[in-house]
Design a protein around this ligand. Structure first.
Ligand code: PLP
Length: 367
């Protein structure tokens, strides 16, 4: 299996419904893709603009200032003290890291990559790319003996599920007993909505109450795309086991996976500025407060969705029927079929639309 064997990009199947939604007299409300719509914060854009003289190759491992900023962010925002620059690594986007991690870890045929049952599709793509077997499972006791990499995702895409410290600990313990790397994709961590996550924050896998002081084979994977409206910058990073980080750094150096220097500067500034993240969080909280009751009023049950950027909802019909019904209202959503085989009756509503479009969706949904 190689890149040429990957399936057609699934979003092409949504195109006819997008076409239908576009015919709505007041225009389409596109809630299908989680792409940020709010501007990149001025403070971050200014940092990028001030760093355009980038004549030298950037460092794959990141500048000292960036690595310190990542360390400081984990201590300040994620309750993870005690990291050092050797524990962290910037990455060119998070999707790219997710797709390449099995390759960078040297996985191949005969190895299993576990990912959530409702999952961001790139976990499976990365496994297939190297000929490993993807297995969808949320129950650590079901993870096969030949598991070499486990992806967990909290808050989850598409289901907004938040994992407690107990669930994180169980995942780490089981992965270690199998000799597998545990990678926790935490890119929506600043967006915890329901109690207790709104007040306590969403726990990181690197939280001392999960891993103690032993980070062996554990990684936290993060992205600034959502919290800082930087999806176009491809600004992301990981942290965890320093031996594993060193191995990944070596592989990434050979592959030329260097985060661009101006982006490294912008990331450093973004990670030092919590104010813009709080503003963005407040925007999504408002949109969620408008959309959630409207989705329920339209006859959907919302499952999980305790955190993150999505409402994971079902009206008891096949997801394509729900996609069609919503497209007739001029609203485009993603079908559960895109996130594995376990949730064929769920659809994903994204909160990444302007206030005006979210209000338009709410009006159309409310009977
Ligand atoms: C769970 C999850 N992981 C990773 C990513 C990728 O983020 P990035 O923009 O850094 O590639 C996304 C983006 O939607 C995501 O939902």
């Amino acid at each position: 299996m190689g890149v040429a064997d990957l399936a057609d990009y699934p979003w092409d199947a949504v195109a006819p419904f997008a076409e239908r939604a576009r015919r709505h007299p007041a225009g389409i409300v596109d809630l299908s893709i989680g792409s940020p719509v709010d501007p990149t914060p001025d403070v971050v854009a200014a940092a990028l603009a001030a760093a355009t003289d980038a004549h030298a190759y950037p460092q794959t491992m990141g500048t000292p200032a960036l690595r310190e900023a990542i360390v400081g962010w984990y201590a300040r925002r994620r309750g993870v003290p005690g990291l050092t620059p050797a524990h962290v690594l910037p990455t060119v986007g998070s999707k790219e890291l997710v797709a390449l991690l099995p390759l960078l870890l040297g996985l191949g045929p005969g190895d299993v990559v576990v990912h959530p049952r409702a999952a961001y599709p790139t976990y499976e793509v990365g496994a297939r790319l190297v000929g490993a077997e993807p297995v969808a499972s949320d129950d650590p006791s079901d993870w096969p003996d030949n598991t070499r990499l486990v992806w967990i995702n909290s808050p989850g895409n598409p289901d907004g599920r938040v994992l407690s410290t107990t669930e994180l600990t169980n995942a780490v313990t089981r992965a270690r007993s199998l000799g597998a790397v545990l990678a926790s994709d935490e890119c929506y961590a600043e967006l915890g909505w329901d109690a207790p996550w709104d007040a306590e924050g969403v726990p990181s896998v690197l939280d001392p109450s999960v891993v103690g002081d032993d980070l062996t084979d554990v990684l936290s994977v993060y992205s600034l795309s959502k919290q800082s409206n930087l999806a176009g910058y491809r600004a992301a990073f990981l942290a965890g086991d320093p031996q594993l980080v060193a191995r990944l750094l070596t592989g990434r150096k050979h592959l030329g996976l260097m985060p661009p220097a101006p982006v490294q500067r912008a990331m450093t500034v973004a990670l030092g500025d919590d104010a813009h993240v709080q503003e963005q969080r407040a925007r999504y909280a408002r949109r969620r407060a408008v959309l959630k009751p409207a989705v329920e009023a339209a006859g959907f049950r919302i499952d999980r969705s305790e955190g993150g950027l999505y409402l994971w909802a079902t009206e008891g019909l096949d997801a394509w029927e729900s996609v069609e019904r919503l497209a007739n209202l001029g609203i485009l959503v993603g079908p559960g079929h895109f996130y594995g085989t376990h949730f064929p009756q769920h659809v994903r509503f994204s909160l990444t639309a302007t206030d005006e479009r979210i209000e338009a969706a709410a009006e159309r949904l409310t009977p």
